[in-house]
Write a protein that binds this ligand. Sequence first.
Ligand code: MSP
Length: 512
Amino acid sequence: MNKNFYITTPIYYPSGKPHMGHAYSSIIADFFARIKRIQDSKVFFLTGTDEHGLKIQRAAEAKGMKPKDFCDEISKTFKNLSKVLNLSNTDFIRTTEERHSKSVINLWNILEKKNEIYLSKYSGWYSVSDEAFYSDNEVEDVDGVKKSNISGSLVEWVEEESFFFKLSKWQEPLLKYYEDNPKFILPESRKNEVISFVKSGLKDLSVSRKSFSWGIKVPSNKDHVIYVWLDALTNYLSALNYPDASSKLLKDFWPATLHLIGKDILRFHAVYWPAFLLAANIPLPERVYGHGWILSGEEKMSKSKGNILDPLEIIKKYGLDPLRYYLIKEVSFGNDGNISQDKLESCINSDLANNFGNLCQRVIAFNEKNLNLKIPDKIKFTDNDMKVLDIFKKDYEKIFKCIDDQDINSYMNFIVEQLFAANKYFNDEEPWKKKSDILRLNTIIYVAMELIRKITIMLYPVIPTSSLKVLNIFGIKENDIKFASIQNHETLQKGAKINKINILFNKIEKND
Ligand code: MSP
């Protein structure tokens, strides 16, 4: 029996409309959720919106709206994006829901009871855009304006009474945890950044704000609202009905398998979140993966920079699966990556239309002409046939491990190599010259169709809609997809009818 798999995206600030960076986190998470499902794991896939804090309060004020009405409106656009991206999420959580505030209050009460929180005064820098406190050495003066040298965001000076979490106390336990669990933070380079940050000394963390009201009130002192990151991080538990000890979801899915986040919010997930959990005596998530940024030119795409590529417009123009494919394959996972319409078009032409689409089209058209859309009933594999098929069996453990290590790049390379190999096989075997040797002709068609089936199963988590169209050739429906079956070579029912397929991806005329 495979282990249960709980994957989360960051919950997004509904401060403006969703952009490519949000789409990226969500699509990658969906890739893992789908692949784990077809690997027979029980999957819980969570996404949602992070609706409290000064950033949202100010965004609402700028629109002359009440924060809750503002969030209701924008949260809908994120929910809609989940649909447009064809996410297979199990739940969508909003931090303004009661089920969430109940969990946050419970966690706060535990921390207070365990003496992990005390009242004092904060004076220091705060970035509303990042909802983060920065120390003096993390702030620089840029033309008379104070900015964080970590994120580049504006900071403002804050002096107010605040509750503090005893973060400093958890410095050594955290370092020990990183050492004992070397894959808790991935990729490796980011783990090292986190470790040196923690080693440089953790100060106690301000976990409440007094000067505004849009948040969950501190239960013991209603003048304060709980710091939005303590509030937001708890969503991963509240969606499982924490603290309800009888909750089946909580039993089945906590600790989370994978928090997928962008590298800019690693400190919150790999330092603060595990420290809160250690302090509350709650088991820690298995892994935090900090992916890179989607860049537009050399810069991070963001609202304040005005360089946003709107995922909805791209999808309208090119379709969803090409965008999913591009983000999963062309952006080297773990690193920053670029997207432009030009690059997207080249990728559609080379990988999707020429390589994958063409393979499906020509094999099925050849089948139609020679076998009248039937799976051959007699076949005999040669050594070479076995060789091209067997690679999926030989490399199976390796492919499986890629997934568990979040090595999407190797996974995608394997697919692309096999697409080339399958096209080459069909070319080299020249079935159109084998009309007098029916057994051979049949076998070549059978092998080519098996290769299409195996590759398409591997592509299903990447481009689900197109893959389902291809699998429909063989009558395979979504619930029947078994990842393990890529190891088998004679799954197609001999003599059965197959279905035709329309053009999957249109080639795009380019002017270069
Ligand atoms: N609300 C917090 C997360 C709380 S999780 C408990 C937040 N929200 S966000 O909307 O600003 O960003 C959400 C995610 O989108 C982050 O992981 C961030 O890294 C990602 N992206 C935002 N812009 C991005 C790019 N241009 N490229 C890739 N991802 C980036 O932070």
